[in-house]
Ligand binder design. Structure first.
Ligand code: HEC
Ligand code: HEC
Ligand code: HEC
Length: 133
């Protein structure tokens, strides 16, 4: 996997005097697919997320568990946005990426907000994110 950068996160935990440190290598691009869910046949093509076009956004806006756990995991990992069956709940994979109520974490939410605020190349049409093989 090609890496485009290296990012260190260091935070002092003042109360007990301990220092927590974590570092992450940033993958250039990540393929996101609902085929990871057993027994689920994706309706749409996989999505390629490219870090390079999002580096002006703070990591923790998207990787919102970092301040708590110092770890970065796949969005659809077990216990996170792992519900592929229903929409609307926080654990819904569909909602996490498409809700227009969350303009910082959701792909579509942020892209739509950008378009509203002026010209932007951030994609909004289904198949500009879901690329068919
Ligand atoms: C606009 C949202 C966004 C921003 C900003 C962002 N990332 Fe990501 N990052 C993602 C997505 C989406 C994935 C793919 C997650 C998945 O596989 O479900 C990802 C994956 C990763 C992974 C691989 C995780 C794994 O599955 O092993 C690392 C490491 C990572 N990002 C680090 C960073 C760092 C460090 C920053 C800040 C410099 C950053 N990212 C900024 C959205 C973002
Ligand atoms: C907080 C805002 C924000 C979030 C969240 C966000 N994006 Fe973007 N996205 C951007 C911006 C800014 C651009 C660059 C637009 C431009 O060049 O005018 C972009 C561009 C893109 C592009 C086109 C350029 C490229 O790299 O291919 C794709 C595809 C894309 N985003 C996918 C995603 C996906 C998938 C997610 C969710 C996992 C996501 N984005 C989440 C802000 C965001
Ligand atoms: C900004 C990027 C983006 C746009 C635009 C977008 N999606 Fe998604 N969508 C994602 C991501 C990321 C996932 C999770 C990865 C995956 O399953 O492909 C996803 C998952 C899905 C899923 C669940 C998985 C599957 O394939 O069955 C469906 C259904 C879906 N999207 C439909 C749509 C439809 C319909 C549109 C247009 C109205 C749309 N999406 C627009 C990023 C986007």
């Amino acid at each position: 996997m090609k890496r485009i950068g290296f990012f260190a996160l260091i935070a002092a935990v003042l109360g007990c005097g301990a220092v927590m440190a974590a570092s992450f290598e940033i993958p250039e691009s990540v393929t996101m697919s609902a085929s990871r869910f057993e027994g689920y046949t994706p309706k749409k093509g996989d999505v390629t997320f490219n870090h390079a076009s999002h580096l002006q956004i703070p990591c923790a806006d998207c990787h919102h568990t970092v301040p708590d756990t110092y770890t970065i995991e796949s969005c659809m990992t077990e216990g996170c946005h792992d519900n592929i069956k229903t929409r609307g709940e926080v654990n819904s994979a569909y909602t996490a990426f498409h809700t227009t109520k969350d303009t910082t974490k959701s792909c579509v939410g942020c892209h739509r907000e950008l378009k509203r605020n002026g010209p932007s190349d951030a994609p909004l049409t289904c198949n500009s994110c879901h690329i068919k093989e």
